[in-house]
Design a protein around this ligand. Sequence first.
Ligand code: PL3
Ligand code: FE2
Ligand code: FE2
Length: 250
Amino acid sequence: MTKIIEQFMPTLESSEVAVIDLPDGCSANLPDFTTEAYKDAYSRINAIVIEGEQEAHDNYISIGTLLPDKAEELKKLARMELKHMRGFTACGKNLGVEADMVFAKEFFSGLHGNFQKALSEGHLTTCFLIQAILIEAFAISAYHVYIRVADPFAKKITEGVVQDEYLHLNYGQEWLKANLGHCKEELMKANKENLPLIRSMLDEVSKDASTLHMDREELMEEFMIAYQDSLNEIGLDNREIARMALAAVV
Ligand code: PL3
Ligand code: FE2
Ligand code: FE2
């Protein structure tokens, strides 16, 4: 029996919880994975994820060239990204969908360009912010929302992937935390330039995401949670975090 737990407005004395039973094998509001509309949207979303995992692989390898003593560790992260990419490629195949890679390359081009520029200038803080914080938080939020509405095959794969993405987010967090004394200014500047790109990527993907029953507001909410938690872990105070988050709206 599947149980859905709904949380109502908590009162001072209690937080009421209702448990609704659904028949076995039945989950709330799953889309029909066989329709043309679903497959059409999936051809772009699946491509975005495949491209994102490939870019993540390349980015960790690139960061390793700036940090030779960490290159081996970073290669391990990169290898995980290739495994993710293969997993998501299998998800598309399983649904009979061909990923629109041309669309996905274009989708990532802004962030890709900014990462390459930072890399060529040796700006490690910017590289870590773009890859390990912004892209990983974007992936974590999207995968959490997707898991709730995915087909059973993709659900299993995505559940495995999302655990790894927390390790990646954590890796970047630790580096930024250890270097915060001298990287704060660059961090703020890089955030101002790159958070708006994540925001527009979320906007751009939201129509296709909604065809997959992924809600835009929910995506944003999950992103903001992962992003703010990680800035908090890095050691920024509430005012600094609020200032950084505001870059998404102004
Ligand atoms: C880093 O490890 C991976 C970066 C991937 C970024 C993905 C962003 C995903 C956006 C849209 C929706 C995801 C749904 C999943 C579908 C297979
Ligand atoms: Fe990944
Ligand atoms: Fe990752």
